[in-house]
Design a protein around this ligand. Sequence first.
Ligand SMILES: Cc1cc2nc3c(=O)[nH]c(=O)nc-3n(C[C@H](O)[C@H](O)[C@H](O)COP(=O)(O)O)c2cc1C
Length: 398
Amino acid sequence: MGANGWFETVAEAQRRAKKRLPPSVYSALLAGSEAGASYDDNTRAFAELGFAPHVAGLSAKRETGTRVLGQDISLPVVISPTGVQAVHPDGEVAVARAAAARGTAIGLSSFASKPVEEVVAANPQTFFQMYWMNGKDSMAARMQRARDAGAVGLIVTLDWSFSHGRDWGSPSIPERLDLRTMARFAPEVLRRPRWLRDFARSGQIPDLTTPNLVEGDGSGGPAPTFFGAYGQWMTSEPPSWEDVAWMVQEWGGPFLLKGVCRVDDALRAVDAGATGISVSNHGGNNLDGTPAPIRVLPSIARAVGDQADVLLDGGVRRGSDVVKAVALGAKAVMIGRAYLWGLAANGQAGVENVLDVLRGGIDSALLGLGHSSIHDLTPDDVLVPTGFTRELGVPRTA
Ligand SMILES: Cc1cc2nc3c(=O)[nH]c(=O)nc-3n(C[C@H](O)[C@H](O)[C@H](O)COP(=O)(O)O)c2cc1C
């Protein structure tokens, strides 16, 4: 770690986040579900892939810019939506500023702690993320609010399966962080004085409410608490493919379906009108045993072709991971924990730091592979071991 707080890898950001955050907040970020098989596979799978580098005739200049969901971004890395909650007082606004400073887009969770209006003001390249909750009227009203705020795309996440147990234990997260609960959490909070000091300086206590889930245009009524909103979501009837097509129509702009793992679902998403999909297992927080997205990406990318932007999220910790995903068919990746750890470690500068680490790693891999642009990457650049890939939902021919 440099004197100014700069860190050289995402692993170092994670170590700093762990030192800085109260254990229950750190543990909530780590997430994962059940045995953590999907969580582990997400990073292990990237490590199983190798490269086929050149030694001469390399390119002195490397281009990393691309276009995703109609947005020009300076590197193929987008901020994935997460409920940042109690990580940092500036939360998603700091993340949005960092992404804007580094020329990329942000996905803002419906469960975020900052209102979409503030986040769009910090980064006009904001995609608003929704879950299917509370029926069509409520969905339409929330889409309208996001549209009015200036969100340039919609991310709909449909892979959540409400799996709550994990073998290594779940943190107890309070409903509201008022002074009484702070007192109850005092022993662990007092062991993390810098985290507390940051919140004290900002004049707020961590907000565990969800301002983007206020009914109507967002102006009336108190924001539901995280758990109140979660309960509403859990008891909402799951959507059909017709509902997905309805959401695409209702939004009427760039639309990313997040959480796709199967070829048949990817094709149905395209049929429903989605302009993008993210191949994802929700960072392994979900139905444990779902393979790492990088294993299912090649078959999905082949099937979808250029009918939609194919993104990937899950397990990205290095620029070389980004390069592997792009070589195997992704237009860009989204990152979750990497930037949350950066945010916890050093606020906005920490998120910029993570994006710089990734950009540096992308550049270095492109140099080694002899390419002048990320658009030149092909599967031949990557060593894919036998038995690495998985194909889900591919019609079997006898
Ligand atoms: C703490 C945490 C909260 C998350 N909250 C959301 C969310 O509100 N909406 C969503 O679509 N995905 C959410 N995700 C999933 C991320 O968008 C993303 O799919 C995942 O983090 C990618 O894996 P990675 O963390 O290995 O990069 C969350 C992930 C984490 C770790």
